[in-house]
Design a protein around this ligand. Structure first.
Ligand code: GAL
Length: 388
């Protein structure tokens, strides 16, 4: 254990001071041939321990916060990120909508004071400087339902070109995660207020982690973890985006994946998911498909760079959204949450560049090269978008 701690200390010092330090002498080899989870267990134990001496390395304090006032445009994954008023951004489990009318990005996510108090919305022109637009849907509105919900997670918003409405879908639940439903809300403006329309179990199935994806042709889909998180379900939304159509496909059956984030490049669909380990991070996987309804085929772990144990934990984070970069085809921002289970409102954002291209290094089960292009999420302790 001491070897691991020393290695972590040195890794974080190096990554935070942006200098190279020699590796500690011969750290014990990681034995994880059969289970990556076993290899990362000591790291996860430290991560989950609110009294760990390494806490400040997982959750750096306010002194190293990303502050829009300094204008550097550097993303620093895992650091506190301040809005234009100097307050930590509260948009966990979120997603970003690009609004073509106002040429503005809107970031929606869980606004937390440990528990969720609603959906927070932030606006930006450059994806780095974020202005707080307030709570656009309060958790209270959801609690007015006959079946009381206490949880509101992973809100995502898309724009319906036909109805001119902004439509929000989210995971709503009770404290025990037994309600397992989706909630739907609607607004005339990206900054809300959103009117809550109610909740349901899509296709009659339990639904926990979820996302929605709007395809180029305007057809939108819901993807949700179902059957007690053992599989994902995917199906199109109705034209007004306010309900699901009856057709649904079961995908990644038996794989126990959640936190889906979907994107499309050159006619191929990609989906990043996590394993199901609650707030603890685990290994990301990417799947690809020619048709969004499937079949979906696993490509492998997209994480590149950094130490192996950080790749095996998605750099201590969990996927929530993949944002296409306008004007840079094949380039995306991978958005993830570094959950802080002891203080969920102090959870951090891990934004990293995601690229598609080049031959995949993974081989499929028959040993031949995967037919899919490589999807890479590159670790950077600090990075920024090409300045326009
Ligand atoms: C995670 C999920 C989060 C939240 C958490 C609760 O697996 O991705 O959104 O529901 O579990 O433990």
């Amino acid at each position: 254990m001491e070897g691991l701690l020393l290695m972590l200390q040195l890794y974080f010092v190096a990554s935070h001071r942006n200098v190279n330090v020699p590796q500690p002498s011969a750290p014990p080899p990681l034995r994880h041939k059969h289970s990556p989870q076993a290899a990362i267990k000591p790291l996860i134990d430290e991560f989950l321990d609110a009294n760990s001496p390494l806490r400040h390395l997982f959750f750096p304090d306010i002194k190293s916060a990303i502050h829009p006032a300094n204008g550097s445009h550097y993303y620093r994954p895992g650091h506190i990120w301040l809005d234009t008023q100097g307050n930590p951004i509260q948009a966990h489990g979120g997603g970003v909508l690009y609004d073509e009318t106002s040429h503005t990005y809107y970031w929606y996510g869980e606004y937390r004071q440990v528990g969720v108090i609603g959906v927070g919305c932030y606006s930006s022109k450059d994806l780095w400087t974020w202005q707080n637009q307030g709570i656009v849907l309060s958790a209270q509105q959801i609690n007015n339902e006959t079946h009381k919900s206490n949880m509101l997670e992973r809100p995502k918003v898309i724009y319906n070109d036909k109805t001119g409405k902004y439509v929000m879908w989210m995971h709503v639940d009770d404290v025990h995660y037994r309600k397992a439903a989706v909630g739907i809300a609607i607004s005339d403006r990206p900054t809300g207020p959103f009117q809550y329309l109610g909740s349901r179990r899509p296709h009659g199935f339990d639904s926990r982690d979820m996302t929605i994806f709007k395809d180029d042709n305007g057809v939108a889909y819901i993807i949700y973890s179902s059957k007690m998180n053992t599989e994902l379900h995917i199906g199109p939304l109705t034209e007004d985006y306010l309900d699901v159509k009856p057709n649904m496909r079961r995908i990644l059956v038996g794989q126990r994946r959640e936190a889906p984030a979907v994107f499309k490049y050159q006619g191929t669909y990609y989906m990043i998911t996590s394993a199901c380990t609650g707030w603890a991070p685990n290994e990301a996987k990417v799947d690809a498909a020619e048709s969004i309804m499937g079949p979906w085929e696993t490509i492998g772990d997209p994480c590149i760079g950094g130490k192996e144990m950080f790749r095996l934990t998605t750099f201590l984070s969990q996927s929530t959204f993949v944002l296409p970069l306008l004007g840079l085809p094949g380039s995306y921002i991978f958005m993830a949450d570094r959950w802080n289970p002891a203080e969920l409102n102090d959870s951090r954002y891990v934004w990293l560049p995601l690229a598609i291209g080049g031959p995949s290094l993974e081989s499929n089960s028959s040993g031949s090269q995967s037919p899919w292009p490589r999807v890479s999420i590159h670790w950077h302790k600090k990075w920024r978008l090409p300045l326009s």
